[in-house]
Ligand binder design. Structure first.
Ligand code: MN
Length: 201
């Protein structure tokens, strides 16, 4: 299978759920950059507010919905529910998704940057895709709000339930609570209500 065919297969569910005549969300097709893979966290005001945590892995964004958002406190384990792969260009998406079968709602780029694969093993580095397939993956985030190590631990394969946990490193800080103290977009500086209002202009 070519890289394009592989990406098309990974994005099948994403594309089936969307009508690109109605939604301004990207259809996908751009290549990633394996040397500096992206992460993005999108605050998504849908039927219930959540934070979509996405990691670039092998040409698409692996995605989880985190109802409470990420924490900087290693004692706080946050539920992360696996969702369909999204295209790389989704890391630039901020705006309003029309209401329809898959929910709709307003999306704000809450944090964004690159990450490093932190899955060390005796003879080098485990590939991110392998670590995720095994249900335990470590990343080092270089974002504007979040930095440092995070673990993704699968707890229920059938339900797609994982935990997102801050590693206890120099960047851990139990006193910070960026989800509530830093709510605005790192790209536009807007809050979620502004994005919703400005969609029509
Ligand atoms: Mn979402």
């Amino acid at each position: 299978m070519s890289e394009t065919e592989k990406t098309d297969a990974q994005l099948k569910t994403y594309r089936q759920k969307r009508d690109f005549g109605r939604s301004t969300e990207p259809e996908g097709g751009a290549d990633g950059n394996p040397d500096a893979p992206l992460f993005v966290i999108q605050k998504h005001d849908a039927s219930s507010l959540h934070y979509d945590f996405r990691l670039e892995v092998d040409g698409t964004l692996k995605s989880w919905a985190v109802p409470k958002g990420p924490s900087t406190d290693p004692r706080e384990k946050r539920l992360a529910i696996a969702t369909e792969d999204h295209p790389i260009e989704y890391a630039d998406f901020e705006g309003v998704i029309p209401e329809d079968a898959y929910g709709g709602g307003t999306v704000l780029i809450w944090d964004r940057g690159t990450y490093r694969n932190n899955n060390e093993k005796d003879d080098g580095l485990r590939a991110m895709s392998d670590a995720l397939a095994e249900g335990h993956a470590l990343v080092w985030l270089e974002g504007e709000k979040l930095t440092g190590g995070y673990a993704l631990q699968r707890i229920d394969d059938d339900k797609g339930h994982w935990l997102l946990i801050k590693m206890d490193d120099t960047e851990a800080d139990a006193r910070r609570n960026p989800v509530s103290t830093e709510p605005d977009s790192v790209v536009s500086g807007r809050d979620i209500d502004q994005i919703a209002r400005e969609q029509d202009t």
